[in-house]
Ligand binder design. Structure first.
Ligand code: ADP
Ligand code: ZN
Length: 811
């Protein structure tokens, strides 16, 4: 690093250009140049903003353009985050600037602006008739009337405003400063349903057949504040709509707090930590040692749900804070894990900053600045929080480290857990990976001694794990396969005891396929190779891949026959079946359709907690980290779909998912029961779930993975070549295969090209190439070279190439 002001800088860009470019720094900007700031630079014919990533004394190229302007007073990223983002770019084969953009709060470019003001000297020169060019005088006059103006407004008015303003700054006649634009935040309202004034739920004039409407009135009668739609509507939404039409029910827009985790100032009544169990204490002592020695120490904390992992995080963090260091906690999906977040708030109060998807641009930016100023000691957030700018970070926690949502499915395709581990490594700090069902990757590393394995063998207070029964669907009549007799009996008993139940089904919608019984044709998405799902609420067919929607056809589009039949079932149908079978139960559904926004998810979970829901039907959303002691029954309605996904991780995923769902039962002092319905009752995965035997999963999965060189025994990189034209996609994939082979990849390490299992998505045809290697040295550089050569070729220009390092899914 040069000690005198740098002559040249390297700049990377949020998009398009994927290599750093070198610019000369004009004299007057030299003192301001610091890596981590943003700058305006010429690129082609435009002026764009980029990130300064390095300085140099000499340019590597003979011709350089001049940097135009420095946009920030303080660097947005410190040296550590620059190094981390650079590692992410190199490892995940993406552009450094793209990673930096991801690391910064979204919209930061629109949230800061540059403001120009006239100085006293400027006023004096104008009044004294000092030497000014015509344009400059005009600009100063404009500013003087207004006092100040954003630079962007000036450049809209005068094409040369920017260089003029800079020339004037150098003469001290104006000053330019960066300012935060006040975020525009609109209050958030949701419709709330309540009884119209004077309406009595029992005597309101309804036809005797309108039992559903009567039930709604009764439900609303006990709630003077009203109910949100999801809870007010019993049965089809038409009943509620009819009541509104008749004037018996009113709809009121109610403003809700936008941040459920916004904390009042620390109030002194923070919860005190419990005495640790010996197993917990051992883990905490281990972390404490690493904190003291400032040592990189990855720890895999393996313990069933309820075994006290969260308590280990809390106390380990306590030790870090006592040393004046800070903590980063990653959780899979904040809105579905309100309980974990609340535990952090209860213990540490206002020292916690929660980064969650419900924050709007301005709020997110505020939280980010608060963290960067060092005003929050603990950051809890999902994947992207791994880049939170904590200046004194000393410990990293990744809860549910196996969760697939840590992998970003768009560029930059980084894995939040793995970036967290690298961050801890760069900082030489401990990192705790916690899970009841560790990923095979982490487990293998623990076996190999690269991570320390800590086990929490049983639930706190030796609360029993739920008993799991498997129901063989082959022995159940077709009509009873949704709610089998054993599941119905268990539900009835559960309701009779006044306890609550969860019913899990991993498919949304009402029916999953529409087929013609004359010719067998199915209704598929016109843009994707998937069939459309029927959604009863809107009466429409919908693509779950691209969200395409259409009205169901009256006749078969192929043969024009009229015997169309709906097959397969989703959560909507399950909900309807439950309501029909248990008409008195209070039933709710949680999936992407009813809980698209985080507020809705939080509200449903809150209703479950306060006992307002007897049976909650839902997708994997219901399986995450909530803990309702009164939930004693969990039903897995169909375990088969997940088992048969065309993906080498299908078994591992199903094991984790079902273990998590099943673990929701019996978290209180009453024992829980889980019922799994399946056509494959002897499947080893289901047996492993039933026995709560992680070792059985490992024993069954690892030999095959080892033989095939798949993770955790080898690295994979998936190359997806796609195009709207099928022949182009294929030609591009063949060319990419040739280029990879030219880089020395033999048949043992290269599979494909082959059409992707999901062949068409959003109108693009997709081909897969899977690279597998035991050794990673050089692998990424070779793939990068092949990718560059493809992009430069004639066929390469007609296709898109997406590289996915350590892909989470091979569909
Ligand atoms: P996990 O994160 O593994 O699901 P938690 O840390 O949430 O487990 O612990 C489960 C329950 O046991 C929580 O209610 C927690 O407050 C309680 N708990 C954890 N550790 C202890 C302890 N050492 N003594 C008493 N209660 C504990
Ligand atoms: Zn589609």
């Amino acid at each position: 690093m040069p000690t005198h002001p740098p002559l040249y800088v390297d700049v990377v860009f949020p998009t398009s250009v994927d290599t750093p470019l070198t610019y000369r720094v004009p004299e007057e900007l030299r003192e301001l140049v610091v890596p981590g700031k943003r700058a305006l630079v010429p690129l082609g014919t435009r002026t764009v903003s980029g990130y300064l990533v390095g300085t140099r004394d000499r340019s590597p190229v003979p011709q350089t353009k001049d940097l135009r302007e420095i946009l920030d007073a303080e660097p947005l990223l410190d040296a550590h985050l620059l190094e981390l983002t650079r590692w992410v770019a190199e490892y995940y084969l993406c552009a450094w600037g793209e990673v930096i953009r991801t690391a910064l709060p979204p919209g930061i470019d629109t949230l800061t602006r540059q403001v120009v003001r006239v100085t006293a000297a400027g006023t004096a020169v104008m009044d004294g008739g000092g030497l000014l060019r015509a344009g400059e005088r005009e600009l100063l006059a404009y500013l003087r009337v207004r006092g100040e103006a954003p630079l962007s407004a000036l450049t809209r008015r005068w094409r040369r405003a920017r260089p003029m303003a800079h020339a004037l700054t150098r003469r001290g006649l104006v000053e330019i400063s960066g300012e935060v634009r006040p975020p525009r935040i609109r209050p958030l309202t949701i419709p709330q349903y309540l009884l119209a004034p004077g309406v009595d739920a029992e005597t309101a004039p309804l036809s005797p057949r309108a039992t559903r409407q009567r039930a709604i009135l009764r439900a609303l009668a006990s709630r003077s504040a009203g109910l949100p739609r999801g809870e007010a509507a019993v049965g089809p939404p038409a009943a509620l709509a009819a009541l509104v039409r008749q004037g018996l029910v009113q709809v009121k827009e109610v403003e809700i707090t936008r941040d459920p985790f916004a904390m009042p100032e620390p109030c002194g009544s923070l919860e005190s930590p419990p005495q640790l169990t010996p197993a917990q204490a051992e883990a905490v002592v281990l972390v404490q040692g690493a904190l003291q020695d400032r040592r990189f120490l990855p720890i895999l904390l393996h313990g069933v749900t309820g075994s006290g992992k969260t308590e280990v995080y809390l106390q380990a963090i306590q030790h870090a804070l006592a040393q004046g260091r800070q903590a980063l906690v990653l959780v899979p999906e904040i809105t579905l894990t309100p309980l974990t977040v609340r535990r952090f708030l209860a213990r540490f109060g206002g020292r916690v900053a929660v980064l969650h998807s419900g924050l709007r641009g301005g709020e997110r930016y505020d939280a980010w600045r608060r963290i960067r100023r060092g005003e929050a000691d603990i950051v809890v957030g999902a994947r992207s929080a791994v880049f939170a700018p904590l200046p004194r970070l000393g410990i990293v926690v990744v809860d549910e480290e196996h969760d697939p949502s840590y992998k970003q499915e768009e560029a930059p395709r980084y894995h939040g857990r793995d970036v967290a581990i690298m961050r801890a490594k760069l900082l030489t700090a401990p990192v705790i990976l916690g899970s009841a069902t560790p990923s095979l990757e982490s487990y293998e590393r623990a076996q190999a001694g690269r991570y320390r394995l800590m086990q929490l063998p049983q639930r706190i207070e030796a609360r029993p794990l739920p008993r799991t029964e498997i129901v063989d669907l082959r022995r159940v009549d077709g009509g009873e396969r949704l709610l089998t007799p054993p599941l119905c009996a268990a539900l009835e008993a559960c309701l009779a005891r006044g306890e609550q139940a969860l019913l899990f089904l991993n498919r949304r919608g009402f029916s999953t396929v529409l087929v013609c019984q004359e010719c067998g044709a199915g209704a598929g998405c016109p843009h994707c190779s998937v069939s459309l799902t029927f959604h009863a609420g809107r009466g429409r067919l919908r693509c779950h891949t691209c969200d395409f929607e259409r009205r169901p056809p009256e006749r078969c589009p192929q043969c024009h026959g009229n015997r169309l039949r709906y097959l397969g079932f989703g959560t909507q149908q399950l909900e309807a079946a439950v309501r029909e079978r248990f008409p008195k139960a209070r039933v709710a559904r949680m999936d992407r359709d009813t809980a698209q926004h985080w507020q809705a998810a939080a509200r449903i979970l809150e209703s479950l907690e306060r006992g307002a829901i007897d049976i909650l039907v839902g997708t994997q959303m219901i399986g995450k980290g909530h803990d309702v002691p009164n939930v004693t029954l969990v039903g897995v309605v169909s375990a088969d779909m997940a088992l048969h996904l065309p993906d080498f991780r299908a078994g591992e995923r199903t094991f984790a998912l079902l273990t998590q769902v099943v673990g929701r039962a019996g978290r209180g002092d009453r024992p829980g029961l889980a019922i799994i319905q399946t056509f494959n009752p002897d499947h080893y995965i289901l047996r492993a779930v039933q026995a709560q035997a992680y070792a059985a999963l490992w024993d069954a999965e690892s030999p095959l993975r080892r033989e095939l060189g798949l993770p955790p025994f080898g690295r994979t990189v998936l190359a997806v070549v796609s195009s709207p034209a099928a022949p182009d996609a294929q030609a591009g994939a063949l060319e990419m295969a040739r280029l990879l082979r030219a880089e020395g990849m033999g048949s043992s390490s290269l599979s494909g090209p082959a059409p992707a299992p999901l062949y068409r998505v959003r109108g693009r045809y997709r081909w897969h190439l899977l690279v597998r290697e035991k050794e990673t040295a050089q692998l990424h550089a070779r793939i990068r070279r092949a990718a560059r050569r493809l992009q430069a070729s004639a066929v390469g220009r007609r296709v898109r190439l997406d590289l996915d390092v350590d892909p989470a899914s091979l569909c």
